[in-house]
Design a protein around this ligand. Sequence first.
Ligand code: FES
Length: 586
Amino acid sequence: MPDPNTSHLRSARWFGPHDLTGFIHRTAIQAEGFSKFAVKDRPVVGIANSWSELVNCNIHFKLLAEAVKRGVLMAGGLPLEFPTISLGESLMKPSAMQFRNLMAMDVEESIRAYPLDAIVLLGGCDKTVPAQLMGAASAGVPAIMLTGGPQEPAYFRGRQLGVGTDTWKYADELRAGQITQEDFNDLEASAKPTAGHCSEMGTASTMTSLVEALGMCLPKTASIPAVDSRRAAAAEATGRRAVEMALTSGPKPSEVLTEQAFDNAITLLMAVGGSTNAVVHLLALARRVGYDLRLDRFHDISIRTPRIVNVRPSGEHLVKQLFNAGGISAVLKQLDPLLHGEAITVTGETLADGYRDAAEPDGQVISKLDQPFDDSGGIAVVRGSLAPNGAVIKRSAASPELLKHRGPAVVFEDIYDLGRRIDDPSLAITEDSVLVLRNSGPTGAPGMPEWGMLPIPERLLRRGVRDLVRISDARMSGTAFGTTVLHVSPEAAVGGPLAAVRDGDPIVLDVENQRLDLDIPDEEIARRLANVELPAPKYRRGYGRLFLDHVTQADEGCDFDFLHKLPDEEPQRLPYGLTSGWQGGW
Ligand code: FES
């Protein structure tokens, strides 16, 4: 039913006035076939839909949006769906990450510019989730997220696959001569059987899980499979809740995304053995609400948080099995002693209220807190003369014997150099070597692509070598694995020490002691850096130029510097020209 008590709504500023401005706004809605009652005394809920035929992971979002609308209508609101740009991890070049901030700006400005009282964010594929959260956080209008859910497991020759993890595995097997090209073609046909995001704990499943820990979605919804009818039911419930949030003008994202919420999200990240990409996204999101989150917070939480989820790439199962074992709420329930259970969520209740009645662990996919699969979290932070501002390594997906290693560098100038020489028989490389890839960071690549899992040279693969220490200023797919040090900051392209490394230089990785060092005298590093010729900018105009001019380094989240929250910023700024009468022409 329409609520007569709606004069406080944002949308009432557009549709309420009995003047020419109100007339124009109401006719715009009526032109779509709505009656004037559709916007009378009724909250408007925007549905920010990242559906796109270029993004297979989000291809079911039209159906989900219909279910959200049903919920909004049931609760007495008016749902209005709008498209946002979408970021498809597989097809978008040079890297979906390069456009995360663009999508965040699209979401933020769409929310701010239109007569919306609350927002439902529909995100799934890797970068769509952080982009929507970042945009909504900056817009300051009550927002609730509905994620798309993981796709169904794929099967290949009777074996269940993780879509990303097994792609990397079988690509190496093909290069090693262990499977045929025909086998690989069959794998291609079976790898992605349904809509939904990647089926293991890659970046998408990590981020969607963190949405629940952050308190930005309804409890128990993060891991519902994409094609499960319960996801549509969750969409309907999300729509209903969005109307309540609109009527009460809250909670706003900044009221949910508190320091405690970030601690909760980082704790879950470590407990599920989640993606290193989440580090970059959480650093960026925190700065959207004025929280100066630092890399060291990840390390501190990592060492106190056991891994209690057995899902690939850190474990054996897929997110579907995690859901069947109780889902993210069951994981949060186990983590309760390590969480700020009192953190407020989009439900208006506490995080603990949402997981209190969750399932008990089965011991196979989810363990008890005191019987973990690993004693500490999946991600470690290292620093040293090679990464003064830090770098990350996914310890849970690395080879334990390589976590402490000293070896000679084999340096690649960029991804093209790597492609040309990695299988060159004359390349001086052994299983002790440390592969170094530079100019792959936020400005060097640019866009910090997922190039960090450098391939193992074919001749080492054929000798049975499956891992080497690899170091770069790039990111890595959340489904990838190996002893890969990522996000080296500052990156080589802005004069970071990675630019000083030469073939044969000794590099020391010591994860337990949080060290990553180029083991040559500091004066020699400084001398070399003084003579380094930085690469020319890759873009001179357009969005690429904006990106190069304003992207921050990995340890600050790679957001644009001008999108961080300002200390004196109004929480919910209305568009210019809204309140002072007619401002434009027809
Ligand atoms: Fe979209 Fe993996 S490609 S989530």
